[in-house]
Design a protein. Structure first.
Length: 230
């Protein structure tokens, strides 16, 4: 029984040594990616300060004016107004679909579908930083525990310098893991706030389109009645 215990112990010890390099390389690689992501976030923050805010009143007026005389298959002409880049991209997609829309009977359905597509895309962009929040401490803990085995072995043999070296590596791994998680958490918070604002603007835009199309229907019915009487 004692021999079997030694075999199992040696297997676990060897496996821990094998896992050290994948954990160390993965931790350092994710930390580098997270730092690059932080740099990209800081650049986006600087760029967003220079962007124009969305003028919702002007957007509503422009959409109502453009849809008033709009016919399916024809280009939808709207006055250029101040929009955030995300909202302008979303409006370009809506306008393209409106121009090829045969009927506005199911307008609410495909507006909801387009909005859900934007929500899925925005969520997928946040998945990486959210994963870093959890993976960072996990790899940091693994990188801390793995060197403890060699450190204890060095202590038994009286190699104090080797023990200290292994402990330094372990403590460094947990620090890198926690810093990785903290930076990823900050990135996620900022981008989630931006995403909520952008999705709210898109919801408002969809509501404006729905209202404009509802106001357009009575005018279209009156036009049909006039043509039928003539």
């Amino acid at each position: 029984m004692g021999e079997f215990y030694k075999i199992v112990t040696n297997i676990f010890y060897q496996l821990s040594l094998v896992f050290f390099w994948p954990v160390a390389i993965g931790l350092l690689g994710l930390f580098a990616v997270c730092l690059m992501d932080l740099g990209a976030l800081l650049y986006q923050m600087w760029r967003r300060r220079r962007e124009k805010a969305t003028n919702l009143v002007a957007v509503a007026r422009s959409i109502a004016t453009g849809l008033r005389g709009f016919r399916s298959g024809a280009p939808l002409l709207c006055e250029a107004v101040d929009m955030s880049p995300a909202l302008a991209r979303f409006w370009d997609r809506l306008r393209s679909r409106l121009e090829h829309l045969g009927s506005d009977e199911h307008l609410d359905i495909w507006l909801e579908e387009t909005l859900q597509h934007e929500e899925i895309q925005a969520t997928s962009k946040l998945d990486r930083s959210r994963a870093f929040i959890r993976i960072g401490p996990m790899l940091g803990l693994a990188g801390t525990i793995i060197p403890l085995g060699p450190a204890l072995q060095s202590l038994l043999t009286g190699d104090m310098a080797g023990m200290v070296s292994h402990l330094v590596v372990g403590f460094g791994a947990v620090v890198v893991g926690l810093m990785l998680s903290g930076v990823a958490y900050f990135i996620t918070l900022v981008r989630e706030r931006w995403t909520r604002v952008e999705l709210k603007e898109m919801e408002n835009l969809c509501e404006l389109v729905m209202r404009a199309m509802k106001e357009k229907r009575p005018a279209r019915e009156e036009e049909y009645e006039t043509l039928s009487e003539a």
